[in-house]
Design a protein around this ligand. Structure first.
Ligand SMILES: Cc1ncc(C[n+]2csc(CCOP(=O)(O)OP(=O)(O)O)c2C)c(N)n1
Length: 665
């Protein structure tokens, strides 16, 4: 067998595993694995640095299948290369409940999957973050132990999505030369030829953002190898535009949208076997080809051993620190720093906007957690995310800890997921809460992937004032609370801000959003308590000695309003209590007894929040009073806006009194 024949048979093994798995599942996408099999074979057998026996080796190259619908390409590779989690049975169970081989690659389902992909373009965004993380870690720990490439296989869809522009322009700007994107340029998507929807010169687009670009025939192994070699030597990120035929090998369907996302069908499978000279039964890979793949799986074993040796030569402190950060554990000084600062705040009782409070907290915590990487989407002065410890990261200097993401919220959130997935870093961002809509798809994926990324989102309500309704979140609290496994925090004062930061940093498997105010807020928590009260999600901030007639639930800036209403009710001889609700998601994890005790039995329950009502029924029931927003905000000074929309202590008191007297009658 010539080298070329061997290559073709190895690539055909991928093709037929994908064809057969899709056929068995009666659903899936055979076209991409069939078209990209040559690229994958060259990349994984000649270039990619990985060790199937240690899939999480910190210095492995990362491979991101951004075109996640082609998942069988990845699963086939992982099986062929000998990854334990991807047995033949897993492939036979493609797309079935409980299988590691979900419809799209799901991070955490099996070692070897670097990120969850499927929403097109996200993988490319993640890969930019992984490549940033590599540069940051190399700067901190040395290129002798951090020196790897990030490879992406992207389709036309990934490049057509808007996120691709944010991702590629950032990568070009930061000169992420160890990022190599291979574009599966097959000219086909679901509706037909790409030409019916797009006429972009992709090469020119990447080149315009400072990328090295190479065009090749994606079925020519020598050309693929030579392009990857060139890319590895480049001083800028590389796009390899690889012309391929979707569904390569299928006599009737190759080159058409008919092979993108449906099984080939019995007759066409048989015809493809014939055409590619593959006479083996479904899922049967002949032993010489499987052996060749398994040998390829061992290719980096030496590199891994050598790496272990170099790592062992590092001093004990460096080794321990590298391992701690990669495990995601916080440093030992963290808890003490939180408590010391909490004591100080209880003494000082400062009035400040929670965005300023967050800055003050970060000044303390960034000192003790060297792995935090801050940033902002061009709103540094508004988000207050930059502290004295965080110097900017620049294209030529990755020793910094602050990323000026530019006006690229979506790209930022996707890259932060990639940084978290890479390991060793805790990324936090800055942006306006209103633009959570611009990064929501990536935030959802962070939640799905159990990644600790932290988004500081300021200007969290009508309280931002004059910028008006385009900038005032109204439905966003509800929309973000709706995402499972996402902590949406809305702290009420500086102490709650500290506690929410603590919770966000400690949540190794949950992303967080801190919704913070532009306007000043008085301290609500005025005595030192070691316990993190925000950890309960909701807690009684102001209790009553007697049975309370009124309970007021509030979050963030409206806690102050609730407290003022409480004082007015007390003056009128009405017993009331105030519950602060910094995080719905955490409240739901408490015991039933605790939840019942916080909700209580007051005949009148009021919720106050400068957003829509959705979700507050959980606290006030269907007949409770809601003081908040019913539609979009308005432009004006913030105090006038609160009056205008009737979110005031007086409105709370009046509604509560009306309700009490209606109950008396
Ligand atoms: C954000 C997003 N929009 C839409 C889809 C649905 N979708 C899946 S694959 C695909 C077409 C992708 O075309 P291409 O990248 O060329 O893949 P190929 O046809 O080559 O497999 C679409 C629209 C998706 N997965 N993600």
């Amino acid at each position: 067998m010539t080298d070329l024949e061997k290559h073709q048979r190895m690539a055909n093994a991928i093709r037929f595993l994908a064809i057969d798995a899709v056929e068995k599942a009666k659903s899936g996408h055979p076209g991409l694995p069939m078209g990209a099999a040559d690229i994958a074979t060259v990349l994984f057998t000649e270039f990619l640095k990985f060790d199937p026996t240690a899939p999480n080796w910190a210095d492995r190259d990362r491979f991101v299948l951004s075109a996640g619908h082609g998942s069988m390409l990845l699963y086939s590779l992982l099986y062929l290369l000998g990854y334990e989690d991807f047995s033949l049975d897993e492939l036979k169970n493609f797309r079935q409940i409980g299988a590691r081989t979900a419809g799209h690659p799901e991070y955490g389902h099996g070692a070897g999957i670097e990120t969850t992909t499927g929403p097109l373009g996200q993988g490319l965004g993640n890969a930019v973050g992984m490549a940033i993380a590599e540069r940051l870690q190399a700067d901190r720990f040395g290129t002798d132990i951090v020196d790897h490439f990030t490879y992406v296989l992207a389709g036309d869809g990934c490049l057509m999505e808007g996120i691709s522009q944010e991702a590629l322009s950032l990568a070009g700007h930061l000169k992420l030369n160890k990022l190599i994107v291979i574009w599966d340029d097959n000219g086909i998507s679901i509706d037909g030829a790409i030409s019916i929807t797009d006429s972009t010169d992709q090469i020119a687009r990447f080149a315009a953002s400072g990328w090295n670009t190479i065009s090749i025939d994606g079925h020519d192994p020598a050309a693929i190898a030579s392009a990857i070699r060139q890319a590895q030597a480049s001083d800028s990120p590389t796009l390899i535009a690889a012309k391929t035929t979707i569904g390569f090998g299928s006599p009737k369907k190759a080159g058409t949208n008919g092979v993108h996302g449906s099984p080939l069908g019995t007759d066409e499978v048989a015809a493809t076997r014939e055409a590619l000279n593959w006479s083996h039964e479904p899922f049967d890979v002949p032993s010489d080809i499987l052996d060749a793949w398994r040998i390829a799986g061992l290719r980096s074993a030496h590199a891994h051993k050598d790496w272990e040796k170099r790592f062992a030569e590092k001093d004990a402190e460096t080794r321990a620190e590298f391992e701690r950060r990669n495990r995601g554990d916080l440093p030992s000084g963290f808890e003490a720093a939180v408590q010391d600062y909490k004591k100080q705040l209880a003494e000082e009782k400062p009035t400040m906007a929670t965005r300023k409070a967050s800055e003050a907290v970060l000044n303390v915590l960034n000192e003790v957690i060297p792995e935090t990487i801050g940033g902002s989407a061009d709103l540094t002065g508004s988000n207050n995310t930059k502290t004295k410890q965080t110097l900017p990261v620049t294209p030529d200097d990755f020793s910094g800890r602050y990323i000026h993401w530019g006006i690229r919220e979506h790209g930022m959130a996707a890259a932060m997921n990639g940084m978290a997935l890479h390991g060793g870093l805790i990324p936090y961002s800055g942006g306006f809460l209103i633009f959570s809509d611009y990064c929501r798809p990536s935030i959802r994926l962070a939640a799905l992937m159990n990644q600790r990324v932290i988004h500081v989102m300021t200007h969290d309500s009508i309280g931002l004032g004059e910028d008006g309704p385009t900038h005032q979140p109204v439905e966003h609290f509800a929309a973000l609370r709706a995402i499972p496994n996402l902590y949406f925090f809305r702290p009420a004062d500086v102490t709650e801000t500290l506690e929410c930061w603590q919770l966000a940093l400690e949540a190794k498997e949950t992303p967080s959003i801190l919704a913070l105010t532009r306007q000043n807020l008085a301290a609500q928590r005025t005595t030192y308590e070691e316990e993190n009260r925000c950890a309960y999600g909701a807690y009684v901030l102001i209790d009553s000695e007697d049975e309370a007639a009124v309970t007021i639930f509030a979050s963030g800036s409206e806690v102050e309003i609730a407290a003022a209403a409480h004082a007015q009710l007390a003056e009128a001889g009405i017993t009331a209590r105030v519950v602060s609700v910094p995080c719905f998601e955490l409240f739901e994890t408490q015991s039933d007894d605790y939840k019942a005790s916080v909700i209580g039995n007051s005949p009148v329950k009021v919720a106050v929040e400068a957003g829509i009502k959705m979700g507050w029924e959980r606290f006030i029931g269907t007949d409770g009073i809601f003081v908040g927003m019913k539609g979009f905000g308005a432009s004006g000074p913030y105090k006038a806006l609160y009056e205008h929309f009737g979110i005031t202590p007086e409105a709370i008191v009046s509604a509560a009194r009306d309700k009490l007297s209606s109950l008396d009658n």
